[in-house]
Design a binder for this molecule. Sequence first.
Ligand SMILES: Nc1ncnc2c1ncn2[C@@H]1O[C@H](COP(=O)(O)OP(=O)(O)OP(=O)(O)O)[C@@H](O)[C@H]1O
Ligand SMILES: [Mg+2]
Length: 411
Amino acid sequence: MSYSNRRNRRVLRDADLMLYGRDLERSAINALVDGAREARGGVLVLRGRAGAGKSALLEDAVAAAGGVRALRATGVESEFELPFAALHQLLRPVLSDVDRLPAPQASALGMAFGLASNAQDNRFLVSVAVLGILDQLAEESPVLCVIDDAQWLDDASASALEFVARRVDADRIALLFGARDGDVRRFSAPGLPELRVDGLDAEAGGQLLAEQVGVPIPPEVLNRLMEATGGNPLALVELHSLITPGQLSGREPLPWPLPITDAVQRIFVQRVRRLPELTQRLLLVAAADETSRLATVLAAAAELGVPAAALDPAEHADLVAIQSGQLAFHHPLVRSSVYQSATDAERRSVHRALSEVLVEETDADRRAWHLALATVRPDESVVQLLEQTAVRAGVAAASKRPAWLWSVPQN
Ligand SMILES: Nc1ncnc2c1ncn2[C@@H]1O[C@H](COP(=O)(O)OP(=O)(O)OP(=O)(O)O)[C@@H](O)[C@H]1O
Ligand SMILES: [Mg+2]
């Protein structure tokens, strides 16, 4: 079956492997592997955010690559300071072939992997040796090296693999990397061909959700869910357990902010937690502020002693973007995760700061709500403010509350 006529059908190659959509990504990977079969080796780096579906595509690639020898490695956060740790993972199944390499290469690799002592520590020779081993393997069958979580590769392994990737164009060797974007570490690999893995399209997202819940989802509900998750497969997979059948069928309103599981929250918060403390506080201010006005966020941050410069690491980490005086989270899940993972006290302090800077008459309602959220038990003055808000609005005060603040989680 060709990729084109699999369009948006679930691909079941083995019991564990099930993908919706992704025609474009699959054909690019297919072309890479076909190239290796025909001694036109190559490399492709899949880049995308947490939960975007990179690992799923790598699994799919291995399962689809019939007659190809697959070697696999995964960057491990705790090992990124250990030189050659990832290379060791990749080549462990074929280490017996080291002896067939020219002696200087064999000893350089032996030294790198701690198999030999007194040998020369020569990273160039190690890289040549890796190419040599893969070449030997490729005489028997095409070779596909699949390296996931490349952002956590130790530098020595990353350099060796990049060296190899630039020299396989006439070999039966392909390298396929998966690299998470927006983490504190980045797999830079300048010049290597890349493919972005974004959220699923509405059709594939709908199919994934429908499979999870067992019934089709009405288009308006699906639109809301796709918008809130950015089509992120991980969030979609986890979502169904948090939403009632009535909400999914459109009979009851969806909760807001959309709940996310601890697993999804952890994955997005991890990136935030590695940023400097002041930057994290600033992000919490931004998450609690629904105006998205940079000036408001910075003013409230200043109230908390956080300077504007604290925003830079968050921008560099690709978590927020600033344009025309607006501060936007790059992914809706980052905002929910930042807000929901904060402690109650932390949230109260940022709401207080926001209430103090929202002094314009047009912001009176917002000020009142932030003040209410800053207070454990609203005192008389806050209650009065809220009542004024209600009178001004001429409707239930509640309706003026920013929609996404509706279900403030309790810690
Ligand atoms: N196209 C798809 N169809 C069905 N399920 C998918 C698809 N893509 C991803 N998934 C599922 O979504 C979840 C997240 O995908 P995956 O683990 O591949 O993300 P990732 O990009 O590798 O994330 P991370 O950066 O955290 O490693 C998994 O449960 C996976 O099986
Ligand atoms: Mg992954």
